[in-house]
Design a protein around this ligand. Structure first.
Ligand code: ADP
Ligand code: MG
Length: 452
């Protein structure tokens, strides 16, 4: 078996063990670089994929490869940039037209009894460090609803995948066991059902409908703020279901503690099970998600355009998809891929005011100006105290403001190692807890970054 054949055979097995989205994301442009004396070296397209393969997929990779070739005893991972690029170009498919809008079509197919939308599945959900915990908790629940984490409370900013994840849980549970009675409901919808039941004197019917469920999913509970009657109804529904061992899942854009005007007893129910957050994806993850969506929609775009989109849309996966839809529509209309200039024009309204966008250069410039040192000194390797500290602060801000991965941060500071970035971020985070002065300094620097 050649290396190529071995790799294809291993990938064929792995493909069945993980979701298509994760497969496309993490195994894209990988190959076996070398194999000798029981040691196999796999090449990944970037540091981020490499770390992810190493930490998450080493076990299944080893099983597959060792199963195919007993001589293989160890796997190593590396990033072989130039070779990777060449392969990419060779393997990238010819330009394709987008399929007819799958998304809009499926939007109409919301199930009447569960209110689930079939388009949200685990298969098209990309898992990366920013959502890994919430994803793992969700999988545990699917396996054994009502027992492991009850309730599950998922929180995170807008457009970062809460609804997708909650509905994926629902779709998987009823897909596996169709007899399960499951309901997905938004908090607004829940509120209006309660209000109209009260008005029509049908609260008993509403109660028994909810209490008959095996799984109840309530999305966006932050909207229950100040709605006393609805909160009371939810509290009693929760208790009835919980005592009967039924699974309850909530989402919110913030943790329970931070939801204002929420009855204490409901808050403590929210906090009584597992709380999992979805944070923000870093640059490489945004790029990976974009590529996975491109594959889904059968759209191909230049790397330059992908990187432009992933670096400018930072806080919201929905907007990332929106940008891609625009580019896909262009391809459909024109029968060709947009040039980089076309793409910029097309995305002007999505990517508002690029001059206001924060990037690593702006952050470094603001820090340098604040501490009255030269930008060059921040990037260089000098260990002078007047420079080291601002450099650490700048690294910390790249992490916080851009959600840059550690290798990315290291690279922007003259190619330093990712461990240097980790050390800097941890140090500043710790100091921030002890030093009011530092809190103020960083607040001032942030102001400069965003006003500059
Ligand atoms: P939220 O409910 O947190 O506001 P959504 O679940 O509505 O966010 O997600 C916004 C869009 O981004 C949806 O189209 C969803 O399919 C997509 N999306 C979010 N997270 C992921 C992910 N991890 N992988 C793939 N698509 C995602
Ligand atoms: Mg949502």
């Amino acid at each position: 078996m050649t290396r190529e054949e071995l790799w294809q055979a291993a990938l064929a097995q792995i493909q069945f063990k993980i979701s298509p989205a994760n497969f496309a994301t993490w195994f894209r442009s990988t190959y076996i670089l070398s194999k000798k004396e029981g040691e196999l070296v796999i090449s990944a397209p970037n540091n981020f994929s490499k770390e992810w393969l190493e930490n998450k997929y080493n076990k299944i990779l080893f099983q597959a490869l060792h199963g195919l070739d007993l001589e293989i005893k160890r796997i190593k991972y590396t990033v072989e940039r130039s070779a990777g690029k060449q392969r990419d170009a060779a393997s990238s498919r010819p330009m394709a037209m987008p399929q007819e809008s799958q998304l809009e079509f499926q939007e109409l197919k919301v199930d009447r009894s569960t209110s689930l939308n079939p388009r949200y599945t685990f298969d098209n959900f990309v898992v990366a460090p920013f959502n890994e915990l919430a994803h793992a908790a969700s999988l545990a629940i699917v396996k054994d609803p009502g027992t492991v984490y009850n309730p599950l409370f998922v929180y995170g900013g807008t457009g970062l995948g809460k609804t997708h994840l909650l509905q994926a849980i629902g779709n998987k549970i009823v897909g596996d066991v169709p007899q399960k009675k499951l309901k997905y409901i938004s908090s607004e919808r829940f509120t209006s059902s309660v209000v109209s039941a009260i008005r029509n004197h049908t609260t008993d019917a509403l109660r028994s409908m909810f209490r008959d469920l095996d799984v109840l999913i309530v999305d966006d509970v932050q909207f229950l703020t100040g709605k006393d009657k609805t909160q009371e109804e939810l509290f009693h529904t929760f208790n009835a279901l919980y005592e009967a061992g039924k699974q309850i899942i909530f989402s919110s854009d913030r943790p329970p503690k931070a939801i204002p005007a929420l009855e204490e007893r409901l808050r403590s129910r929210f906090e009584g099970g597992m709380i999992a957050d979805i944070s923000m994806p870093d640059f490489e993850t945004r790029l990976a998600i974009l590529r996975s969506k491109m594959q889904e929609k059968v759209v191909s775009l230049d790397d330059e355009i992908c990187e432009y989109v992933a670096s400018h849309i930072q806080r919201n996966i929905r907007e990332l998809e929106g940008a891609l839809n625009r580019l896909a529509a262009f391809i459909q209309l024109n029968g060709k891929s947009p040039t980089f200039a076309d793409a910029k024009t097309l995305l002007r309204s999505v990517i508002q005011n690029p001059s206001k966008m924060v990037n690593h250069k702006k952050i470094i410039a603001a820090v340098a100006e604040f501490y009255d040192i030269k930008e060059k000194e921040i990037i260089a390797t000098s260990r002078k105290k007047e420079v080291v500290r601002p450099r650490q602060i700048a690294m910390y801000l790249l992490r916080e403001e851009l959600k840059g991965s550690y290798p990315f941060i290291g690279q922007k500071f003259g190619g330093k190692d990712h461990t240097t970035a980790i050390y800097a971020c941890e140090k500043i985070t710790k100091e921030l807890q002890q030093s009011e002065t530092l809190v103020d300094e960083i607040a001032l620097i942030r102001q400069r970054i965003y006003s500059g």
